[in-house]
Design a protein around this ligand. Structure first.
Ligand code: HEM
Ligand code: HEM
Length: 187
């Protein structure tokens, strides 16, 4: 049984969705704070270390989440009838979100290591850097920044759509991702 055959999100899929969502809200907030928070060098150090360690762990979590989704497929829409463009837009945004949550940690890890900087995993162990390569470092840094903005935009559209389905269309889209149920009220 997969999500596409049951027509809903299993408990594993829902846990994947909400845990990774929460983690990405936190990572984006901390990332933008590091970039625009006007931090001193000393204040920036430990927050950057936390950003890097948590992001690197998330690379594994996200790999699992994306492989799980590819295995499960997507359940058919819970919205009943929708205009063709909305079906297409929802598929495109979901695929783009899945791609962006891989690119974010991957570009971070590659950018750090190719910049000759190790990654300290919460003081438990160190991932040693590659030989410094400025071309790779700046390409990865560019990807990290651009994808951070693209992902923020995608999340805004995605959350707005979820709220619209729940409050305006009054369909089961949001409830299905929260509880797995296919209807807004108990049968
Ligand atoms: C897992 C998801 C991650 C998210 C959502 C995220 C998000 C962000 C954001 C929003 C910024 C500020 C925008 C910018 O790039 O200038 C940033 C900066 C940064 N992130 Fe991440 N990040 C993630 C993972 C990582 C990882 C795994 C590393 C390294 C191991 C990392 C290293 C950095 C560095 C070094 C900067 C500063 C870039 C600069 O000053 O040019 N990030 N991140
Ligand atoms: C408050 C925030 C959020 C809400 C209310 C929300 C709501 C939803 C809902 C209702 C669905 C099911 C859509 C459908 O059945 O067609 C969904 C799917 C999805 N959401 Fe979110 N979401 C949120 C945050 C996020 C974030 C931050 C990400 C990515 C970082 C994300 C990525 C995805 C993806 C990739 C799917 C497709 C199914 C899956 O693989 O889980 N969502 N979301």
């Amino acid at each position: 049984m997969t999500d596409s055959t049951t027509g809903t999100y299993s408990v594993i899929s829902r846990a994947n969705h909400w845990i990774v969502s929460l983690a990405f809200f936190g990572m984006l907030a901390v990332g933008f704070y590091l970039e625009y928070g006007g931090l001193t060098r000393e204040a920036r150090g430990p927050i950057m270390a936390l950003h890097k360690a948590t992001g690197t762990v998330l690379l594994i979590v996200v790999a699992w989440r994306v492989i799980w989704r590819l295995n499960q497929g997507f359940p058919a829409s819970a919205a009943g009838s929708m205009p063709g463009w909305q079906i297409l837009a929802s598929k495109a945004v979901h695929l783009a979100l899945l791609a962006a949550i891989v690119v974010m940690p991957l570009s971070g890890v590659i950018g750090s290591l190719s910049g000759g900087r190790p990654i300290d995993i919460y003081g438990l162990f160190m991932i040693p850097p590659f030989e410094k390569n400025e071309a790779i470092q700046s390409a990865a840094g560019f990807a990290h920044t651009v994808t951070a903005y693209v992902l923020t935009g995608l999340i805004a559209v995605h959350v707005a759509a979820a709220i619209k389905h729940h409050l305006i269309d009054k369909d089961a889209t949001l409830v299905r991702m929260l509880t797995g149920r296919l209807a807004t009220t108990e049968a």
